[in-house]
Write a protein that binds this ligand. Structure first.
Ligand SMILES: [Zn+2]
Length: 162
């Protein structure tokens, strides 16, 4: 059973590995990740957050049941136009902060069958994907936050553990 890795577990700072095998194991992992994401009321989850250092991200769909998997996702364009949102993260329970990100991105990724997709994404989904893809590079929202809006004390206590 997968379990959420919380800060400051070192796995969250590692660069995830490219996925080359598109098999049943990968599909099962994506399904398990989507379950744990929904159980914890998340909107997206990256594999390093369940202690698996691979380039896989799942995002919840609007029906709050199904999900979309992004394998080896790579952002090829970031718009200069930015938006600021309050972000949280399943790896940082009870901590929130304001993060500025691009409003639009171009994304290259593979699906669970290994098929390559190139898409343009904007607004909320673009912001969530930027957050999740950061996880694949060991970058966390606290690195980008302009301001911690909730849980500053908690965060300081966690940082002191490193
Ligand atoms: Zn996160």
């Amino acid at each position: 059973m997968l379990k959420i890795a919380t800060y400051p577990q070192p796995i969250l700072r590692q660069t995830a590995k490219e996925i080359t095998e598109f098999n049943q194991e990968l599909r099962d992992l994506a399904v398990e990740m989507s379950k744990i994401m929904y159980e914890d009321n998340g909107i997206g989850l990256a594999a390093p957050q369940v202690s698996i250092s691979q380039k896989l991200v799942v995002l919840g769909d609007e029906d709050n049941k199904s999900f979309t998997a992004y394998v080896n996702p790579e952002i090829t364009f970031f718009s200069r136009e930015k938006v600021v949102n309050e972000e949280g993260c399943l790896s940082f329970p009870k901590i929130f902060g304001l993060v500025k990100r691009s409003k639009k991105i171009h994304l290259k990724y593979q699906d669970l069958d290994g098929k390559l997709h190139k898409v343009k994404i904007k607004d909320f989904t673009a912001v969530v994907l930027q957050h999740e893809i950061d996880h694949l590079n060991g970058v966390l929202f606290i690195d980008r936050a302009e301001k911690i809006t909730e849980g500053q004390d908690l965060l300081e206590a966690l940082k002191a553990k490193i």
